[in-house]
Structures are given as C-alpha cells and as structure tokens.
Design a protein. Sequence first.
Length: 715
Amino acid sequence: MSRIQRLIRDMTLAEKLGQLTMTAAGYAVTGPVIAGDSTDGIKSGAIGNLLNLVGADHVHEMQRLAIEQSRLGIPLLVGLDVIHGHRTLFPIPLAEAGTFDPRLWELTASEAAAEAAADGLAMTFAPMLDVSRDPRWGRSAEGAGEDPWLGMQMAAAKVRGFQGASLAAPHTLAAVAKHFCGYGPVNAGREYASVDISERTLREVHLPPFEAAVAAGVVAVMPAFTDLAGIPLTAHVDLLRGWLRGRLGFDGVIISDYNAIAELIRHGVAADLTEAAVLALKAGVDIDMMSNAYRSGLPIALEHGLVSLADIDAAVHRVLALKENLGLFENPYGRGARAESAATLTRRRQLAREAGARAIVLMKNEADCLPLRADPARIAVIGPLADAPGEMRGPWWAAGVAAGHVSVLEGLRTALPHTDIVHAQGTDILGTDTGGIQAAVDLCDAADAIVLCVGEAAAMSGEAASRAHLDLPGQQRLLAQSVIERAHARGRHVIVVLFSGRPLILPWLFEEADAVLAAWFLGCEAGHAIADVVTGRVSPSGRTPVSWARALGQVPVFFGERPTGRPADPKDHFTSKYLDVPNDPLFAFGHGLTYGRFTLSNLRVSPPRVRESDDIQIKVDVLNEGAREAEETVFLFTRDRLASVARPLLELMGFAKITLRPRAQGTVTLNLAAAQLKFLGLNLQPVFEPGEVEILVGPCADRSRLLVHCIELMR
Ligand code: NOJ
C-alpha cells in the first residue's frame, strides 16, 4: 500500500476535507473574505493548505504545526500569486510577452520560483493564460496578449521555468495554469462579468494555451471566476472533467479561485454552500480556496448521497500526490532551508534589468531623437511617474515591498552622471490639481531634451481594474500637451515614457510626442532599463503583443479577425468600416522600432507542395541599413484563403530574432510543421484541407509590410 493510500485509509472525513481546503494566512488580502487565525485549523487537520503567507520562518512555523501537531503529520502546501517575480520584480507578463523571447520567459519564471521557494513557498498561482483582446479588462496585464499561439509559447515556457526539471527540487514551485478558461472576453471588458463566446472561439483561441501548459506538465489548474454561457467554470463538468481531465488527461490538482465555490450561489446555480460544494466537486475541483464550502457542505452532501466518498477520496489523492511530487513529505522544510546569497540577488536584479530593457517597445522615434546624443548638458524629467519607484512594480507585486525599485529619475541620474537632470512632477497620476504644471513646463526652456513620464498607476490594471476610459488619468493630458507645446516652441524634442498595464488609447499623444517608449510596468529595475534604452546602451527590441487601438470604439481590434463578405472599401458605402476612424489599429501587433533600420527581402519557402507530415522551411534575408547594431524580430503568419470554414485574416505561426551590425545582412530561418496548418473543420474536428495557403513574413501584423509566398497543401 502506498503512503497516500495508507493516509487516505486512516483519515477522518474532517481530515480529508482539510486537505481539500486552502485558507488565507493574512499576509495579503486578495478577496472579499479576510482570514483569521489558521493555527487551530492546521493542528486539527482541518486546514491542509495555505495561501498568502511569505517568509521562510513564518511558513516553517506553520509547517511545524502541521507536521508535529496534527494527527497525521501531513505537510501543508503554501502558495502565493508570484506573477512576475516574488521580491525581485520582473516586467509584467504583458510586457514580457513583447520580448518574444522564450528563453527569457523561462528564465524569469525559474528565478521567481527560486526566490519564492527560498521564502518557503511551494506553489504559485501563475501563469495566467487568458487571451485578452479587450484593453478595458485590467487583467490583460497578467497575460500574453491577444494571440493564442503566442499564449501557447509563453504558457509552456512559464511552466518549464516555474516547475524546473524536477518538482521535488527545493528551488521549484508548482505552477497553476489560470484562469481556465475564456475569462478574457468578459462582457464589455468588465471584471468578473459574464462570458458568452462560440464553441469555435473557445477551442481555437482560449483553450490552446491551457493545452500547451498541460503538455508542458503543469501540475495544477485554476478555473475562472466567470461563467461561460451560463455555466460557471468552477462548476463546468464538460470543460473540467470532460476536456481537461478526460481529453487532455490532466491528472493534477484543480484549485478553485478565491471564494469562487461560494460565488456559485450568486451566479445563480447553487441555492446554498452545500449545493455549491457538490457542483464544484462533481465538476472536478479538488481544493476549495477560501469558500469554506467543502468543509461545511460536503459532510451534509455525503449524508444525503449527493456526493460519494470515492469522489472525495479521489480529490484527496490528487492533493497528496502533488505534495509528494513537491517533495514535501520527505523534506517539508526544504524550501526556505537556506537563504539566498547576495550574489544570487545581484544576478537576479541584473536579469530584471535585462528583461526590462528587452520589454520596452519603441513606438515612435521621429527624427531619430532616440537614443539621446552623448552627454546632454541638461535633461528635464517631468511627470508623475518620473520619480515613482513604488509604481514601477506594476500590478500584483507579490512580496515586492515598496522600497528598492528604481525610478526613471534615478536611472537617468545614474546613467548620465555629468548631465544636469532636473525634475518636476507637474501633476499627480490621478489628482485634479493643475498647480504644478507651469513649473514643469518652465523646465523645458533650458533643457536639451525632455523626458515625460506619464501613464496609469500600477493599481489601475490587474484584478478588479477594468476601465471604461483609456486616456491618461487625472490631469496628465493637460500636463503632456502643455509640455509638448512649450518644448516644440523652443525647438526641443519630447520623449514620452508611457507606463500602463494595457495599451492606452492615446492617438493625440502618439501624434504630438517626438518619441514614445511603451514601458508597461517593468519591475524593480525599471529606471535602469529605461535609461539603458534612452541612452542607447541597449537598442530597443520589444514588440507590442497586442494590436494597439486608435479609438476605444474599435475594441476588440486584433489581427486574427475573420474576413467579412464586405471588406472595407472607401468607395463603397455598404462595406465593413467606421464612418469616423479607420479599421486598422494605430499600431499593429508586433510593432516596435529599433535603433537599426531593417529591410526584409528574398522570401524562400520550401517545399512548394506539402503533405500533412512535411516540414516547411522558410527563409528570409534581413539587412540592417541603419547606423547602429540592433535586433530585429521577424514574424511568420499564414493565411488560408479558401477553406470549409472561414479562416482568420492572419494566423501567427512563428517568430525569430536576428541581431545585425550596421550594414550587415543575415538570414532568418523559420520552421513550420505542415500539421500546424490543420484547423477545426465544420464539425469542430481537426482537418488538413488541400489548397493554397499564404506564408507571410515580416516585422509586424500589418499586411502591407509582409512578404508573401504561396504553397499548396496536398492530401
Ligand atoms: C483571485 C485571482 O483571480 C486569482 O488569480 C488569484 O490567484 C487569487 N485571487 C489568489 O490571490
């Protein structure tokens, strides 16, 4: 008999339900229920898992209660949202997606895991795999943007990074793929709202990242708070038991979101906590996070025959198996046994700086005003986000305390010690006071360059942070326009550093500023990373992982849209267009300038005719005609023009990078398995249909900038 079987044999019902319960330990309040003291529950075996507790000492203290004072000595599983770093904060996931660098995605996850594990943690509620095409939704910040294929690559890299080669190693964390699934398209971008999408969109867009996470070995999944066409995911039998467990063979732990089982009552599908518990358990949810529904409801449900002991035992088995895989039985104090060295922390911050610089997207660079000319005499650094170290963290900063983050002002002062760097805030991020604007504007007169730092506050994206207006908050537009006007009157350039957890809709800013850097939220080394790009120490290489709308009324705007029978035609009134704005986004997915100047030519695709089992090789020459070394990102898209089901206008199938010195030329090779060209046919089953497919290669999803080559698919 295995250890797990023996334990299950010996457990009381209360102890079993304890293993299916996760309670907040009070470090962070992440939902409507505020936790009290958990110690008695741990000792009695009524609480088997904790969230929101950090610090190896604290975790070990709780662990000791479980090991030494509970009857069966089963170790606790302790988790936290380690979304983009633990104490050392890396760029937010949306920003990191824009590096298009799987090596980096994996590395930051493994560093975050090591740091969090050294703090005693064994689980992170990450990565977030929700595809998001609506910037009103604040949680866009936590994911990889609009594209499912990009989401798949990032999902796999993050799972590999968090979980490492062996989950039993003390520097790994159990990853939780969340939020399963289709949370991104909440109605009108409003947090927690209802979702209703087609079965096809669900399968083509929202499920693939989860499939990739499962294929990469993710050990846990968290259902979304939301419902899908009337069925809350927490109670979704078809998707949890059917698709996830049945079809994908996922045998890990399903852990509810915070209070989500209890919320089945407000969703209107359960009359009380007992019914809610029954629905969740029957759907396959193993751990109840913060609803107290399993502990209070399942004993009653069992008595009335609404659930079976076998259902409960199966869930307990999965939880204990995860604890075993994590090495918690053998070594309950392994995570957090040793403090990390100063050298490790220094190296990690260096990685945060590198990741930060790689995530910055140079959206506009008129007259090549970036990078700054060497050693300017004076720079004015203006705006409410210029000297705001705490804001650099972005949403969901886990255990990243407010201190120790590098502001833009500090970064520039360090990078340019001989430059006189003057600063004025001008206005608050959110406030209505305009009293400081004049002093800020006056700084433009004697400055060689102006760096204007504006955007959202960190807490304006992330969970429960939907916005209906995506302009700059507070009085920042007035500040920006006043500064730009004065600077231009004096013949100076204004470089905008834009902070946001989503693409803000600022056509006026992109028009009026001379240069714009989308800095998203870059984490603890933000200021150094920004200074690296501004001074030219690093040539920017980030690309926007979302189509950047020009007007809120265009939302959702994304490159993977399907064609219409009436494509936009300015000469024909009855076509698919707006009367007041163009259809295309202001910046296409993948847009991002560098300090080089790249041209792509000579697209070669072989073989010209392919069968399903073939590999397609795609080559393109890249020339850097600019004066600086830089890294170019090359995207591979396909377009199936004629199929039994209308295919998207563009489908992302790959990307690659090349670094070239001035006037150097190189060749980029992209490989595509023909099987990737399968799609879900009329009956939603995968088909490989013969016919022509366009292979498109270029710097972004703007069709006019793509090189095209046709191949033929054969049976
Ligand atoms: C609610 C969020 O939706 C989820 O992503 C998070 O993991 C939990 N709270 C725990 O903090």
